[in-house]
Design a protein around this ligand. Structure first.
Ligand SMILES: O=C(O)CCC(=O)C(=O)O
Length: 459
């Protein structure tokens, strides 16, 4: 099973009136900038080209001996109600201890869930044991599978099938349930839902987080791992049964986590294999500053939008419930202006890929640009200088992209713009062909029981 680092993080007692984020690790980057970019990117700007290779080799030599085990992630603060709200308003992750979900904690075991969920079929993700659940996120993508089964089937197979791990991920409330027709939960669980919603709505109102929206009940037998990704919405995650360890990476370190390109099925996931990072390709990954917290039953984690997170269940039965808050519809400029400055590298790379991808696709369609000239090349040359054969018209388009990014980001120097462009292209993110990394679901490997009568896979 893919393992994340289980550092002995001493529980941090609630700190009254803590408003500042926890201190940074001594070996890591200086505090304070509204965001920071990996050192390699700075070197890319400051060093002449021939020295950049030496710089990369030096970092590689350092990086090989480093690994996420050595990150020493900082603990996420755990607080009581008022301080929780204060920390949350700063946009920093925080855990609320002893919340209003405590009554669920006492009864939500597999037996109880089976009694309340036995009447329907439920969505279950499964993968060969030892594999991450990453590959089942895009429907039908990868070696895993998303299928449906009854709760008793799930409860039995998740114990008896030695070859596969099972992870039930189902909606608990609201629109997704309506699409199922009738409410599939038993009356006792519906009462719980009313109480939990009442409590969470009060909390989100006080915290000004917006409306509760999509939600998910996560049920497994322990050991499941959701790999590193981010969501675009504010998130409240309530641990109900068992323990879960969240490894959190702030969005200002997006380029050190190397996101998949935005048109890849694994968009918003990290390209780095956290169990065995390729430091040669992803050299800034060695310097990531992470936070970590293990949720106990009854803990509620506030996970701010755009924060990277990898989630590992502890051993034994595991149940948790999360709610994402509704994303506010806004134009591009408002999104940049209203989101914490920490998120801007992430927003910038999404904008750059989207905008240049659109321009280049239109030029290809109009046969105004050779198909060999890609959006990745345009972005890379925008950050590091034009190749001799790049036509003048494209250079002008490039200036337009830079201009729009500068407008969105506010007051930025040319160097800072270059850094964002380099970050967007780092680790050859945009050059790799995604199709080679995504395999299609393989029925044969997983047995035949999830196929419908036509032999096709349900998803
Ligand atoms: O609990 C998990 O396995 C994943 C949770 C998650 O990704 C989330 O709450 O956004």
């Amino acid at each position: 099973m893919a393992a994340i680092q289980r550092h002995a993080v001493a529980p941090v007692p609630p700190v009254p009136l803590l408003v500042a984020p926890p201190p940074r690790l001594p070996h890591t980057r200086p505090p304070n900038p509204s965001w920071h970019l990996p050192a390699t990117l700075l070197a890319g700007v400051l060093l002449p080209r021939q020295s950049q290779r030496l710089w990369r080799l030096w970092r590689l030599a350092r990086g090989v001996s480093r690994c996420p085990e050595c990150w020493q992630p900082q603990p996420v603060p755990q607080m009581s109600h008022l301080d929780f709200l204060r920390q949350l308003r700063q946009g920093e992750p925080v855990v609320l201890r002893d919340p209003g979900g405590a009554d669920l904690v006492e009864k939500y075991n597999f037996e109880y869930l089976e009694s309340q969920m036995k009447g329907s079929d439920w969505r279950v993700h499964l993968v060969p044991k030892g594999q991450r659940f990453q590959r089942v996120y895009g429907q039908g993508v990868g070696e895993g599978m998303v299928t449906t089964m009854s709760f008793p089937d799930f409860a039995g197979k998740s114990l008896s099938d030695a070859a596969h791990a099972y992870y039930m991920q189902v909606p608990f409330s609201g629109r997704p349930l309506e699409s199922l027709g009738t409410d599939p939960y038993g009356s006792d669980m519906r009462d719980d839902r009313r109480r939990v919603l009442q409590w969470l709505r009060k909390l989100t109102e006080e915290a000004e987080l917006g409306e509760l929206d999509n939600n998910q009940l996560w049920i497994g037998r322990g050991g499941n791992l959701t790999p590193c990704h981010y969501d675009k919405a504010e998130n409240l995650h309530l641990q109900i049964c068992g323990r879960k360890t969240f490894l959190l990476i702030p969005p200002d370190q997006t380029f050190a986590v190397y996101p998949y390109p935005i048109d890849h099925p694994l968009d918003s996931f990290s390209m780095v294999d956290f169990d065995s990072p390729d430091f040669q390709r992803f050299d800034d990954f060695a310097d990531v500053q992470a936070f970590q917290v293990t949720l106990e039953p009854g803990d509620l984690l506030y996970l701010p939008k755009y924060w990277w997170h990898q989630v590992a269940q502890g051993s034994g039965d595991n149940v948790s419930l999360n709610f994402w808050c509704a994303e506010r519809q806004a134009d591009q400029m408002s999104i940049f202006q209203e989101t914490s400055p920490r998120c801007r590298p992430l927003l910038a790379h999404r904008f750059l890929e989207d905008f240049t991808g659109g321009i280049v696709r239109r030029l290809h369609a109009a046969k105004a640009l050779p198909s060999s000239f890609t959006a990745a090349r345009l972005l890379s040359e925008l950050g590091s200088g034009w190749a001799e054969d790049t036509p003048e018209g494209l250079r002008r388009l490039g200036s337009m992209v830079r201009g729009r990014l500068a407008e969105l980001m506010g007051d930025l120097s040319e160097e800072e713009l270059d850094e964002l462009l380099r970050g967007t292209c780092a680790g050859d993110r945009l050059v790799e062909c995604p199709a080679t990394e995504v395999t299609t679901a393989s029925q044969g490997d997983l047995g035949g029981w999830f196929a419908d009568e036509n032999g096709s896979c349900q998803s």
